[in-house]
Structure formats: C-alpha cells, structure tokens
Design a protein around this ligand. Structure first.
Ligand code: GDP
Ligand code: MG
Length: 204
C-alpha cells in the first residue's frame, strides 16, 4: 500500500467560500454561520484512492490574509496542488484569480520546474445573480494554465468531490512522471515542524 501525502492550497479572495468548501469536503457539511478563519487553517482528509494507494490530503485554507493577494513562501512551500476559488456573483473575485495564480507560480513549482497543478473553481453557482459567464471562465482558465475549471456550489454540494478528485488525479499523474530520486514535494509540509509558520500563527 502506497500512501501519498499531498499539500493542497486553497486560495482566493475573502468570502468566496473557501472555508465552507474545505469544511464541506472534509466534514460533509455546509454551515451558513461558518466563522471567518484566522491565520491558516489546516484540515486533513484520507482518501482510499485505489486498492494500492491511499492519499492523505492536507488542505491549507487561508484567512485574514486574503486582502493581500499574496502569501508568504512558507505557505507555498512543498505544495502539491492548488485550488483557486472565486464567487460567480463577484467579478472582482474573478479578476483576482489572475493574481492568485501568478503568486502561486512565482513562489511554488515542482522539482522539474513545472508549475503546481491548479484547478479553478467558480463557486456559488446556485445563486441567480451570476455575473461571470462560463465563456470568460473557460478562456481565462486556458490562458492561465489551469488544469481545469468547474462550477461548484458548496451550499448545494455540487462538484465538490468531483473537483478534488480531478485535482488529485492530475497531481498523481504529474508526480508519477517526476524523477523519483528527487525529494518529493511532500517533504516539509508539516506546519508543526515549521517554526516560521508557528510564529505567524495567530498573528492576524
Ligand atoms: P471564505 O472567506 O472564502 O473562506 O468564504 P466562507 O467559506 O467564509 O463563505 C463566505 C460566505 O459565502 C458564507 O456566508 C457562506 O455561507 C457563503 N457560501 C459559501 N459557499 C456558498 C455557495 O456555494 N453558495 C452560496 N449561496 N453561498 C455560499
Ligand atoms: Mg475563510
């Protein structure tokens, strides 16, 4: 049995649904009153991927720092994959995705120099007041090197599992092509071991 340990970042502007997404995916719940997270929240989910493989996901949910549209290198260190999320009723949250993706690509890469696999999620697709069209998301996704994009509704539990499965599939494919003699990106992902992380915890 092989166990893959994958660090997945969840980024995007504030209020787009990141914490609700992680909470729904990990605990299977949608909580309207989910409180605004402080610092970085860290959740774990174990997937029985196949007969021979388990996947342990570490989901890193930012909070409080969304307004900076930039994260420290410590946050990005050892990332295997990333979710960039926006809210389909907020064009500014969609526009910010370019910066979130650039920040990721500037600060994290795989050992072979390729960019970290990243999926674009158009959340709150249950809402009628949608302002971002599927056509513009599709163009943006292709132009900015996303693995895929999907419409999600954390509220209605739409495409949450599917989105994560798609991302994990891509990560495992990419990792199986990396040089196995190189240290894997899963090294050094434990926030407990990371003193810089600890010193930042609770600061915001
Ligand atoms: P974050 O700041 O990105 O972590 O966003 P939150 O998870 O705190 O969610 C912000 C608000 O959007 C909360 O009131 C959520 O209940 C709400 N929300 C999250 N996902 C959805 C969704 O898919 N549909 C709708 N209608 N509301 C959502
Ligand atoms: Mg949050």
């Amino acid at each position: 049995m092989t166990e893959h340990l994958l660090k997945i970042l969840v980024v995007g502007d504030g209020n787009v649904g990141k914490s609700s997404f992680v909470h729904r995916y990990v605990n299977g719940q949608f909580n309207k009153m989910y409180k605004m997270t402080v610092g970085v929240d860290f959740s774990v989910k174990l997937l029985h991927w196949s007969d021979k493989e388990k996947v342990r996901l570490q989901l890193w949910d930012i909070a409080g720092q969304e307004r900076f549209i930039s994260m420290t290198r410590i946050y990005y260190k050892g990332a295997s994959g990333c979710v960039v999320m926006f809210d389909v009723t907020s064009s500014s949250s969609f526009l910010s995705c370019r910066h979130w993706k650039q920040d990721l690509d500037n600060k994290a890469m795989l050992h072979n120099g390729d960019s970290v696999p990243c999926i674009l999620l158009a959340n709150k697709c249950d809402l009628a007041q949608r302002v971002v069209s599927a056509d513009s998301i599709d163009k943006f996704s292709k132009a900015n090197g996303f693995v895929a994009w999907m419409e999600t509704s954390v509220k209605e539990n739409k495409n949450i599992e599917e989105a994560m499965r798609r991302l994990v599939q891509e990560i495992l494919t990419v990792q199986s092509n990396l040089d196995p003699r190189q240290p894997g990106p899963q090294d050094n992902v434990s926030p407990e071991l990371d003193s810089e992380y600890n010193s930042r915890k609770g600061c915001c």
